[in-house]
Design a protein around this ligand. Sequence first.
Ligand SMILES: [Fe+2]
Length: 329
Amino acid sequence: MSDETDLFGAARMGYVVVESDRLHDWRRFLKQGLGLHEVPADEDALAFRMDDHERRFMIRKGAAEDVVATGWHLRDQAALDIVLRRLAERGIAVEPGSTEEAAFRGVAGFVRLMGPKAMAIELFIEARTTATPLNMLTSGFVTGDSGMGHLAITSRRPEKMLRFWQEIFDARLSDRIHQPLSGAMLDIDFLRLNARHHTIAIAATRGLRLDPIRTRVQHVNMLVSTLDDLTDAFERLCDLGYEMAHEIGQHPNDREVSFYVVSPSGFELELGWNALTVDEAAWRPTSYNAISVWGHRPRRNSRLDRLAINAGNFRRGLRSLLHPEYSPL
Ligand SMILES: [Fe+2]
């Protein structure tokens, strides 16, 4: 629109806020399972570190059982100002977060808007960091300039969701995957905001647009530093009794080796290793016709399990037709 500044590379995912009534289970899942560093929080909340940021993953008590907000770390005030101008040009309202809310998120301050699918998008430029050594069950997570991970979101209005990330943050399309699923075709667009192959993946059914996923986010992804970190976390989560939605496998596009575990709130957590970063000079968008090169087998894979899962997804998919999906654009 009116400014020519390219914000590609200026934004990264900074934090996640989940609302859940299952705090006890979330602590077990994130601390004993995924191995994050727990930090003291208020009575009705949990907070975790995965690097030098004071907080990355927060759970607050409430009934949503969903990701309710994601934090987006802008490079500097100039980048934030451009985002705010673009939002204003489109009539998208922004409100400041309170001091208490900022403290809970481990940031100096933030502003909030209602993003696609009614998920709060929170913008900040300064994260509180700490020199206190990490106490984790894993050797480390890959964060830095490419952020804490990625989100995968199912949508009935994928064109609008794509436009939001492209027009506000100058997201670039890395590639697409077309995956047959229960007799339908799922089209997934992978968008990058920085060197991470994708920070946002948008999945939509071709033809009749159904959304079989109850939660705003289908999965949150985080990357561990080593293959041992990945396999150890897999073993720990299995031993703790968490359900593997998909066992270890590899994606064709970012070459990431990963597994998907069902979180206490029902959406999935993808833990990955060895995802490639994009070389802007050489990258050409392409498309693939399967989500996995190998593995990613569902653990509940009997005929009866598959029928039950498909029937549940179909019911929720049909129900989604009754409710319009929110889009700020
Ligand atoms: Fe993913």
